[in-house]
Design a protein around this ligand. Structure first.
Ligand code: UDP
Length: 139
């Protein structure tokens, strides 16, 4: 069964490069409603927990360093078919392979520093949303 929510982060590279507004505009134009949002910074512990599934991958250390080096925007988005539609909107992990018009094609610089996160399943969307937001922060 698919749910109607997904979780996203605007990553430190996109914040540093001044793309918060541009990315939120793409998200809104694509029909996603923001039901929770915060400007925050991950601690090393947060990033290691959030990306625990990648802990054995060679890029894990770099990923944790990148994700903690500056502020991020975390948000929960609502739309029919949210997880799948948002993955389509952000494009492939590697911006060089991302389709024209996708957020990563427009705003990302490399496979590591790729501007945005989007949950890859309904189950992970729920886990990741709960990682960042309490019930009373979701509207
Ligand atoms: N990543 C990386 N090097 C790689 C693959 C991934 O640094 O070779 C980073 C990148 O920031 C990516 C994150 O690890 O977004 C999670 O990887 P995943 O394969 O889950 O990609 P996503 O679901 O974000 O497209």
């Amino acid at each position: 069964m698919s749910t109607n929510r997904t979780f996203t982060m605007i990553k430190p590279d996109a914040v540093e490069n001044g793309h918060i507004g541009g990315i939120l505009e793409k998200i809104s134009s694509a029909g996603f409603k923001i039901v929770a949002m915060k400007y925050t910074q991950l601690s090393t512990r947060d990033a290691e927990a959030f990306y625990a599934v990648h802990s054995e991958r060679p890029f894990f250390g770099e990923l944790v360093e990148f994700m903690t080096r500056g502020p991020i925007v975390a948000a929960i988005l609502e739309k029919d078919n949210a997880v799948e539609d948002f993955r389509a909107l952000i494009g492939a992990t590697n911006p060089a392979e991302a389709a024209e018009g996708t957020i990563r094609k427009l705003f990302a610089t490399s496979i590591g520093e790729n501007a945005v996160h989007g949950s890859d399943s309904d189950e992970n969307a729920a886990i990741e949303g709960a990682f960042h937001f309490s019930g009373r922060e979701i509207f």
